[in-house]
Design a protein. Sequence first.
Length: 290
Amino acid sequence: MIDIQPLAILREIDRTGSLTEAADRLHLTQSAVSHAIRRFEERHGVKLWQREGRNLRLTPTGDYLLGLAARVLPQLEHGATVLEDYARGRRGAIRVGMECHPCQDWLMRIVDPFLAEWPDVELDVTSAFQFGGLAALLGHEIDLLVTPDPVERPGLAYQPVFNYELLLAVAEDHPIARAGQVSAEDLARETLITYPVARERLDIYTRFLVPAHALPRRHRTVETTDLMLRLVASGRAVSATPDWLLRDAKGVTGVPIGEGILKSIHLGYRTGETADYLNGFIHLAKTVQV
């Protein structure tokens, strides 16, 4: 069995960049940290790091164990939290993962009524996955996944919570704004803005441009919806945007893409984990509209 302590040490050294600070955060002496690593190395016949002056450089073995720590330790820490919750009479915890960039505002409208209805349940929301949302759900890093692209896997189930249409957002005075729908040829002259998501997961590509063997003149990404819509309103770009984000957008209008790209937001969860508070969250999500 691999000891947990060396994994925790490697993670803290990676976070702090210092053996001394890592020891402080782990409430250990520097000599205790060095001894724990040396004992691990001797037991397994490996070297985890090499000294370069005052700095430490991880060996390939150390890099592997650092990656292992990033996957394993969060699950063990979550397990400890859950045990503590049960010991104190709490009902549990929900970790919600986000694969939908523009869904943040909608999700926040669920949080307050959920916290009021389930005061003994911890709630956490994250979009930072080590290996992607689906892997995080299967790996028990999260309990619910908010996604527009459900992927069927054994042991998983999905609940649709609301429907929407993906529209091409353009400036109100853009020539495309007067069209009944967007053609692939229209985008050949445009700069397309999207969230920083792989093209194979962007519906504007997979369901519209790729089948038409077309590409935009230029493709760039931005992190936030607000900046995206401001760039569109200025006439600098166009963007494939969920219809609900355009209802109150100033200087921007939406045009159907081809024959229409209809989508649904889903909540994914592991089958067999039907705690009352999990069902309660899903029920609230189905009642809160965008």
